[in-house]
Design a protein around this ligand. Sequence first.
Ligand SMILES: Cc1ncc(COP(=O)(O)O)c(C=O)c1O
Length: 394
Amino acid sequence: MQYDFTSVMDRRGLDAVAVEHPPRQPGEEFDLIPMWIADMNFPTVPTIPEAIIARASHPAYGYFNPRQEYFDGIISWHRRHNGVEGMAPEHILYANGVLGGVVAALNVMCSRGDNVLVHSPTYVGFTHALGDNGYHIVHSPLVIQDGVWRMDFADMEKKIVENHIHAAILCSPHNPCGRVWERWELEKAMELFRKYDVYVVSDEIWSDLTLFGNKHIPTQSISADAKQRTAAMYAPSKTFNLAGLVGSYCVCYNPWLRDRMAKEASLCHYNSMNVLSMHALIGAYTPEGDAWLEELRQVLSGNVAFACDFIRERLPGVTVCRPQGTYMLFLDCSEWCKAHGKTVEDVLQRCYAVGVAVQDGRHFHGECHLRMNLALPQSRVEEAFRRMEQYVFC
Ligand SMILES: Cc1ncc(COP(=O)(O)O)c(C=O)c1O
């Protein structure tokens, strides 16, 4: 490997939420292994700090407009990674965060109080962002078929019709289930959305993090109709560990939707790009960024394979569908809890007691689930699973 994915990075004293503010108090006898919030414990590609430092070395940081390289970087990234042709700067809208962009899109597509279709399990950020902004989520549960999370198209159709739904959120790849949707699945979903005139916010923040050779398919590439009815959200933040810099963007080809979204996004007067985050994106979306990402995918695939094998072989009663993308694992502990007379609360307490800082799956509509972030050096992932075998699922 050209890049360092094995050294254990010390993030203490650097304000990192992952290590400074875990959702529960960890035990003191073990060091903390941060496996909850969705950021990574790897140093990012060197071209990012280089780009930031180069710009920061000029000591004036006044008002600015994004430079051409910013748009060229995004356009060329999507051409190289997703086969997208025809994207132009006017199709790209800045968003202070993907969730802010999701809300701006819904503000155009819906009236307050409207029903919005969202799959469950559900990324907790959607639950809060929609709830906080007066939208009502109608869940369509994903179902496990032969070890794979799938959309239930009949249920989606029923919910759309019964609830007069005209806006949906598609999480692609899906957090927390780790599905990288296949073309036929997206085609079927988009056909339903066309049939009932449902606008789509496609959250593709995880689209670069595909594992085991799975390929991301942009929702907008499914058909001419899908291209017009979809606002797609992206960011370099998950891919390159840049959440603390803030800088997401929306791709929207429908001029009416785009203009309305731009207006909505402007109303708070906060939706402004940060000059260093612009340079971070320019440093990320480079050929070196491609090479780094390729190695990251291998590392994450290795961690996911290790974890899934470990669970199957050594944690009886715990089940998981092997993710095809993201770096999240969504563990179902219900059989183990039933067999041992325990609750997910007991499991969480035991995990935190030994420093394994996982996330409560109930926040994602997993009744007896844990969400685990595997974006750490493999030695840390192995240590976490050793502790879980010895002290949690025992
Ligand atoms: C599916 C999904 N969308 C959005 C976000 C958050 O994006 P942002 O920090 O840009 O709002 C996350 C973060 O984990 C996510 O998993």
